[in-house]
Ligand binder design. Structure first.
Ligand code: SF4
Length: 190
């Protein structure tokens, strides 16, 4: 699977600690997961172009994913003292978002077109323009896996990647789906 090996190397170079090939056929865009994005459970709801209700319907996500047949799951696993170590959790989240941005940039620079699904709301700008002005970077804005209706633990399990690394460790997970048209171009480099 040479295209995955290329992606894996790129992910490692960008700082991700773990990765696995992603079979797009395993992705289940579930309304009950999307429903967890609501004002009672998440303070990001209705505050960003990358979050519900602005980020697009699950049907639109399904249609986008239908143009992809493979991808990569990526994780940043960090050490924490315990489950109340907010500083350690935030530090790992920050590193994950930096790794995510680096890999997205590397893929785009390599003309590899992807659908990127991140962890949490888009933080590309210090302050999101929502809802007063259009998104500043609609081509780079990323929607979280949860907002896409994906149960992250299930996606990991279905693709052979751990989700829980036990006490003292925290994992943040994201994924990149390769658009089929560009994947062919990547393979032609072999
Ligand atoms: S790119 Fe900027 S304006 Fe667009 S969703 Fe992200 S934070 Fe908001």
């Amino acid at each position: 699977m040479p295209d995955y090996e290329i992606l894996k190397t790129m992910a490692e170079e960008c700082g991700f600690t773990h990765s696995a090939p992603l079979a797009v056929s395993t992705l289940d865009f579930m309304q009950e997961v999307r429903d967890m994005c609501n004002a009672r459970q998440c303070n990001k709801y209705n505050t960003s172009w990358s979050c519900p209700p602005a980020c697009g319907s699950l049907q639109e996500m399904r249609e986008l994913a239908a143009g992809c047949s493979s991808g990569i799951l990526v994780q940043t696993v960090g050490e924490i003292e315990d489950s109340y170590d907010w500083e350690g959790i935030k530090d790992t989240e920050k590193r994950h978002k930096e790794n995510f941005g680096r890999l997205l940039y590397s893929l785009e620079r390599g003309l590899i077109s992807v659908i990127a699904m991140g962890a949490g709301a888009c933080k590309l700008c210090q302050s999101c323009t929502y809802p007063d002005a259009p998104c500043r970077f609609p081509d780079r804005m990323t929607v979280s896996m949860e907002a896409c209706g994906l149960l992250v633990s299930k996606v990991c399990t279905d693709n052979g990647l751990a989700y829980n690394y036990g006490p003292g460790r925290i994992a943040f997970t994201s994924c990149f789906l390769l658009r089929d048209q560009i994947k062919a171009r990547l393979n032609s480099q072999d």
